[in-house]
Design a protein around this ligand. Structure first.
Ligand code: GRF
Length: 203
């Protein structure tokens, strides 16, 4: 699997995927990381992993479509098959979705369809629900919509702050993202998920 990862921030999910590949669990390669923010820690992580990165600053494009056209072209140049949005903080347009039909995944820090959008962790906390979690799903035009591939749940504790809940959710994000990618790819190819994922491998 040739994965093109898109990240805007810390890139811990990007790194979890790179780690799963290095451990021999996820049978994939990341030919390129795309980042829209030159200060993102994701870029440093890419450098440490020896993964090529391309900075596409959204402020230098006239429209969302122009940015997405450049993203699609960059991904295609690197032979990317699956596009993995790992903390990509820009709305994507039909231009990018059409370039990778049914081959784009996103991760979101709630149990969708509850709490879409950028304040998912705070909203879950404020709502009083006792369980939240994370969702890996296909990317459709509407933000944080699209068929669900995998979810993991976490408890919400009385003493939680957005930061403590976020941290608990991220542990689960890092755990489920690699197998969710393998599962989606296997379903699309009509093969067994073990084709792309060996849960017990470690090196
Ligand atoms: C994650 O919580 C993800 O669910 C959301 O953005 C965050 C990215 O975190 N879409 P990181 O950059 O992978 O550390």
């Amino acid at each position: 699997l040739r994965l093109g990862v898109m990240a805007s921030g810390s890139g811990s999910n990007f790194e979890a995927i790179a780690q799963a590949i290095a451990d021999g669990q996820l049978h994939a390669k990341i030919p390129v990381l795309i980042c829209n923010n030159r200060n993102a820690k994701a870029l440093e992580r890419a450098e440490r992993w020896g993964i090529p990165s391309v900075l596409l600053d959204h402020r230098t494009f006239a429209s969302r479509e122009d940015l997405d056209r450049q993203i699609a072209e960059t991904l295609k140049q690197h032979g990317v098959e699956w596009v993995i949005m790992a903390g990509w903080m820009r709305r994507v347009t039909q231009v990018l979705i059409d370039a990778f039909p049914d081959q784009m995944l996103n991760i979101h820090p709630s149990l969708l369809p509850s709490f879409p959008g950028i304040r998912a962790v705070e909203q879950a906390l404020q709502s009083g629900v006792k369980i939240s979690g994370c969702t890996v799903h296909y990317v459709h035009l509407e933000v944080d919509s699209g068929p669900i591939v995998m979810q993991a749940a976490v408890p919400i504790l009385a003493e939680d702050t957005p930061a403590t809940l976020q941290a608990r959710i991220q542990v689960q994000e890092h755990r489920i993202f690699p197998p969710a990618i393998a599962l989606a790819a296997a379903q699309k190819a009509g093969v067994d998920p073990t084709t792309f994922f060996s849960p017990l491998a470690n090196h």
